[in-house]
Design a protein around this ligand. Structure first.
Ligand code: SAM
Length: 272
């Protein structure tokens, strides 16, 4: 079979396409990394009923060519009009839109796969965590630093809002790493693929929960209590004492489970 690098070159020539930096166009050329993404995708598909999949940014098709060979209901979102037109002309079900602005309520997909443009990767994870659409799995490529933040443990430097929210709603595994030379053009940074499996969560109002976690980390160096509305100060103190945490604890000292407990403590109607 033709290598990913040859496929990319051929298609780029055919479409006279030059990579657009502003759209994060670092195209995958590593057969090894593409196969790892495909294996993780197949493992997810084995666990879903409708086999419906959406890809953000098919680009020149590094992953798409292989996904289209699977028995799935494939859809894509692509912001680059040139690339969108190419796939549309191939009769692929594709929307020309910004994945962050598109109306996902009409998208009935169980699995999201993407070599994400780095500039939207954190926002996509937060959004797909909080909005309870149909997604049950995600296989996503990130800048390694972002992948580390997503999986970071509490009390570490990388731990923050992205870690807490991701870990509340997903079980997360590392699929593989990728270096600059696995892409064309090569980015300056290392990358990592993560697999997300949806977890049950008792949180009902996810928007409100997200706002709460955001406020807790608003000013990282401030103590937790000072980042929350002063009317809650007494309740927060009681809760911290009950959890055997210092009254001066910072947000980074709470595990994702403790964030949920504190959220329920402050919003009892959410926990009924
Ligand atoms: N999937 C291809 C691959 O692995 O080689 C391309 C990946 S490239 C890192 C990111 C792709 O996402 C590009 O095709 C780019 O045009 C597209 N893209 C960038 N920003 C986007 C956005 N906001 N919404 C949808 N697609 C976007």
């Amino acid at each position: 079979m033709e290598s990913a690098k040859d496929r990319l070159q051929k298609r780029a020539n055919e479409l006279q396409h030059e990579a657009r930096k502003s759209l994060g166009q670092n195209f995958l050329v590593s057969d090894h990394v593409i196969n790892k993404i495909l294996e993780a995708t197949q493992a997810c598909l084995a666990e879903v009923e409708k086999k419906s999949l959406i890809e953000i940014g098919p680009g020149l098709g590094a992953i798409t060519d292989l996904l289209l060979k699977l028995e799935t209901h494939y859809q894509a979102i692509e912001l680059d009009y040139n690339l969108f037109s190419y796939w549309k002309n191939q009769n692929v079900s594709i929307i020309h839109a910004d994945a962050l602005q598109a109306d996902w309520s009409d998208i009935d997909a169980e699995l999201l796969v993407s070599n994400l443009p780095y500039q939207i990767s954190s926002s996509i994870v937060i959004e797909k965590s909080v909005y309870p659409y149909t997604l049950k799995f995600m296989v996503l490529m990130f800048q390694k630093e972002v992948a580390q933040r997503i999986r970071a443990a509490c009390k570490t430097e990388n731990y923050g809002m992205l870690s807490v929210v991701s870990q509340e709603f997903w079980a997360i595994e590392t699929v593989c790493d990728a270096g600059p030379r696995d892409f064309s053009p090569p980015p300056k940074v290392a990358s990592r693929v993560l697999k997300f499996s949806r977890k049950e969560s008792a949180i009902k109002n996810r928007k409100k929960y997200l706002q709460f976690v955001k406020s807790c980390f608003q000013q990282r160096r401030r103590i937790l209590k000072s980042n929350l509305p002063s009317v809650h100060a007494e309740q927060v103190t009681q809760w911290l004492v009950g959890e055997k945490l210092s009254e001066k604890a910072r947000a980074e000292e709470l595990t994702p489970d403790q964030f949920k407990k504190l959220y329920f403590h402050l919003n009892p109607s959410e926990n009924t």
